[in-house]
Design a protein around this ligand. Structure first.
Ligand SMILES: [Zn+2]
Length: 119
């Protein structure tokens, strides 16, 4: 659990950090009712620790990005729909981007996420 401020997300040990730009597409809940935010994958860059980035593909067409050293998972990337799913909701919800496409929303629901209606 390291829900830092959006902009920079670091793992527990600090070896890996990601830079997040722009605004989330939408907010939602994961299968355990924990808050998540859906971002454009293009908004995510590796800040430092590219050598420590451990990308493991799953059976759902996505990749979990984690730290090779501490094992913390930082995000879930879904290449097919160009989305990145991050834990937690941003503090500032005032400027959500354009929202999800229908295919993105269907993919998220198939993965077990719930998309929250815009505020
Ligand atoms: Zn780490």
């Amino acid at each position: 659990m390291s829900n830092g401020p959006y902009g920079l997300i670091a793992c527990d040990c600090g070896a890996l950090s990601l830079l997040v730009g722009g605004s989330p597409l939408a907010l939602g809940l994961d299968t355990g009712d924990e808050p998540v935010a859906f971002w454009p994958l293009a908004a995510i860059q590796i800040g430092q620790g590219a050598d420590e980035l451990d990308v493991s593909a799953d059976d759902e067409g996505g990749d979990a990005w984690g730290c090779r050293r501490c094992g913390e998972r930082l995000l879930y990337a879904h290449d097919g729909t160009g989305m990145a799913i991050l834990q937690g909701h941003p503090e500032d919800r005032g400027d959500l981007a354009s929202g999800l496409t229908l295919s993105q929303q269907c993919t998220l629901e198939a993965l077990g996420y719930r998309v929250l209606a815009g505020e």
